[in-house]
Write a protein that binds this ligand. Structure first.
Ligand code: ADP
Ligand code: MG
Length: 395
């Protein structure tokens, strides 16, 4: 996809309206738990500021449900952004957006309060979109992880800008370049590793992937919907009953391309976080005993999946292989991430929790691309396009 970027237009003296995605994970006390999404936006911000622009940045943060929620205000994000940008002044505008934007000088940044404090953001409201439209001369989309949403700041706002003034930022450009390579000319053989919990979100992309890859290695909670569809007993493991029919169809079509776990780490109840989970955890092969639940792939599966990764030219990974947030069920995900880091294959990772796992193991630098997107990443792999990009100018 060849979209116009901030490098293709004249920026000097202009006021830019940049949609970033500073939807960072927060700790209980409201502090920023990972600043990755803020760091990802820095190249675009620096490029614009160094080329003589002033910058109004907008983002959402969490799910305030269309009203102000103190904990979800952008002040902490602004503090971190200030630290990262060094000399650059960064101000926050609560509600006085127009006044502060009009007073903005070249080289300065204004961060608008959480867009989702207004119900108009999610509903794509006209009044809200018109208000945002008035805040800049050029619209920049640098929020890849939100590009599958037709929210006001992603869709209705850029639509209101004249042609030639709707571009993407450098982080979106990088995401698209990586994903386009993956779709158009991947180094062969290509292997996909698919895990996580959201069967309903992932089953469509799985269908598409099967047409493109040598193997799909399935793990995580989604494996148990497929195990059940294939006729195994899965005990009390999580199953998306509504998708069993589709899972059966996919299994029939996929043949031996789709690999399910041979063995599993199980506990005798459905609660992975229970205190005695680590002392009760066992490895079982094949079916899972009644009342037991699987929360990780077992050692034989790890061996088989990491071998497939070692032999691949390209690996796409989305979705943890187990409930990695609990140490007892982290082994499978950690082994896969380490295999990705050590492999010579082109390695591309997408998904919120998958990205968090890569960070947890400190291996982000060893992978070729860790997408900021979850839903957007999967939807782009599925369709080769995203709604919010359709309103950006082509190059
Ligand atoms: P991503 O955000 O990377 O796309 P998902 O949102 O689909 O991934 O799923 C991530 C979640 O799946 C993790 O929080 C993890 O705890 C959970 N998970 C993985 N395997 C299992 C399992 N076997 N049983 C229950 N939950 C699991
Ligand atoms: Mg997720």
């Amino acid at each position: 996809m060849t979209k116009k970027t901030v490098c293709d237009i004249e920026l000097c003296g202009k006021r830019l309206l940049i949609r970033a995605d500073f939807n960072v994970p927060l700790r209980e006390d409201g502090s920023v738990a990972s600043d990755r999404r803020i760091r990802v936006a820095l190249p675009t911000l620096r490029h614009c500021l160094e080329n003589g622009a002033s910058v109004v940045v907008m983002t959402h943060l969490g799910r305030p449900g269309g009203q102000p929620v103190e904990k979800l205000g952008v002040r902490r994000v602004a503090t971190r952004l200030r630290e990262l940008l060094g000399e650059t002044p960064v101000e926050v505008a609560d509600t006085d957006w127009e006044e502060k934007a009009n007073n903005l000088k070249t080289g300065e940044v204004l961060l608008l309060e959480n867009l989702r404090f207004d119900p108009g953001e999610k509903s794509g409201d006209e009044r809200f979109a018109n208000r945002l439209r008035g805040l800049g001369e050029v619209y920049v989309n640098d929020a890849f992880a939100t590009c599958h949403r037709e929210h006001a700041s992603m869709f209705a706002v850029p639509k209101r800008f004249p042609e030639g003034n709707r571009v993407i930022g450098l982080s979106v450009a990088k995401e698209l370049a990586m994903l386009d390579d993956l779709l158009e000319s991947p180094r062969q053989p290509m292997v996909a590793v698919l895990g996580g919990a959201k069967v309903a979100d992932k089953i469509e992309v799985l269908k598409v992937l099967l047409g493109r890859v040598r193997k799909v290695l399935v793990g995580g909670a989604m494996a148990y919907t497929f195990m059940k569809a294939r006729g195994f007993d899965v005990g009390a493991s999580a199953v998306d009953e509504g998708k069993l029919g589709l899972a059966r169809q996919i299994l029939a079509r996929a043949g031996d391309k789709l690999i399910l776990p041979h063995d599993h780490v199980v506990v005798p109840h459905p609660d992975a976080s229970s205190q005695d989970a680590s002392s009760q955890a066992r490895v079982t092969e094949g079916s899972i005993p009644a009342g037991w639940s699987a929360f990780d792939i077992g050692p034989r599966t790890i061996e088989c999946y990491t071998a497939a990764i070692r032999g691949a030219g390209t690996v796409v990974w989305n979705g943890p292989l187990g409930k990695f947030e609990d140490e007892t069920f982290r082994t499978g995900t950690e082994a896969v991430v380490r295999a990705l880091a050590e492999s010579n294959a082109v390695t591309v990772v997408g998904g919120g929790e998958s990205g968090a796992a890569v960070e947890l193991f400190g291996l982000a630098e060893k992978l070729d691309h860790v997408s900021t997107g979850g839903g957007a990443f999967l939807q782009y792999l599925e369709n080769g396009s995203l709604p919010a990009l359709s309103v950006i100018d082509d190059r």
